[in-house]
Ligand binder design. Structure first.
Ligand SMILES: C[S@@+](CC[C@H](N)C(=O)[O-])C[C@H]1O[C@@H](n2cnc3c(N)ncnc32)[C@H](O)[C@@H]1O
Length: 283
């Protein structure tokens, strides 16, 4: 599928998701963060990613719009004063959580290409009173920030949506300062999976542009210039998670269970841009 077609499908999907959160909020379901009834509530991929302590004081609509597959903030080790960029910031949940960690001397950018998500994120920023936050409109394949301008890149289940992952990783490398960290949650696959089944399961996960196999992810990060590369599974999907979706597609799930079970996962992907003068040698 052409890159522009993928982008249009992604924009339509997440534009609708943002409008749904707004509509449910206006129907006054979301007076507290605990009651929002989005599809994400029972979703094995997007549900229960954050602790109650993390979400308790966020705007309910930021929590309701959470569509990630991990919690990059839990492992990104953010420090006061750091500049953070969230690739594909959606309704802004990870931006707002990061903003607390980096404090008033830090700054967090959220980058997203979908107007409805940006509008929702900016409204969530206003409700949270987060002054150290800026939401930018743009594409993760062409980040609208200068070279060497951020300390940390986070992202939550977005790089798998890109049709040009090499370009995304090169752009991430460009905007990170030397020594800067890449700390991303994403969907990855492990081991041999027949092509057709791979496509079907990735559709269930929502990875319209396909997820990378973990060794391929490492190779692409290294090719972009990163070092200290690590991929750590955070949630491994079982065949039963996707049973209903696959059965609906006419697939005999029991017959193919061995080929897919445990081979799709959410993972925490980390890497570092070498310090100036250092060469990336070992991942
Ligand atoms: C799965 S949602 C994740 C949102 C957010 N990170 C979270 O955890 O809730 C994907 C988000 O990335 C945005 N997105 C997808 N592809 C993008 C691209 N190529 N450039 C910029 N934004 C993109 C979508 O508009 C959407 O808001």
């Amino acid at each position: 599928m052409a890159d522009q077609d993928i982008k249009q499908i992604v924009k339509d999907k997440y534009g609708k998701a943002a409008l749904k959160v707004v509509a449910e909020s206006e129907a006054s379901c979301c007076s507290t963060s605990a009651c929002c009834g989005t599809d994400a509530a029972a979703d094995p991929i997007t549900s229960n990613l954050y602790t109650v302590g993390e979400t308790a004081s966020l705007p309910a609509e930021a929590v309701a719009a959470s569509l990630g597959c991990g919690n990059p903030i839990a492992v990104a080790e953010l420090h006061p004063g750091e500049r953070v960029l969230d690739l594909g910031s959606g309704g802004g949940i990870d931006v707002l959580l990061s903003a607390r960690r980096v404090g008033p001397t830090g700054k967090v950018y959220g980058l997203d290409m979908t107007d409805e998500m940006l509008a929702l994120a900016r409204e969530n920023q206003r409700k949270a009173g987060a002054d150290n936050v800026e939401f930018l409109k743009g594409e993760i394949e062409a980040i609208p920030l200068p070279d060497n301008s951020v300390d940390v890149i986070i992202s939550n289940c977005v790089i798998n949506l890109s049709g040009d992952k090499d370009r995304v990783l090169r752009e991430a490398f460009r905007v990170l300062r030397p020594g800067g960290r890449f700390a991303v949650s994403d969907v990855v696959t492990r081991g041999e999976i027949p092509d057709a089944l791979r496509r079907d399961v990735l559709l269930w996960v929502g990875c319209i542009a396909g997820a990378l196999e973990d060794e391929e992810y490492r190779a692409k990060l290294a090719a972009a210039g990163f070092e200290a590369i690590g991929i750590e599974p955070t949630r491994v999907y079982r065949v039963d998670d996707a049973r209903e979706f696959l059965t609906h597609k006419g697939i005999d799930v029991d017959a193919i269970a061995k080929s897919i079970d445990g081979k799709f996962m959410s993972a925490f992907v980390r890497a570092r841009k070498p310090q100036a003068g250092e060469r990336a040698c070992c991942s």
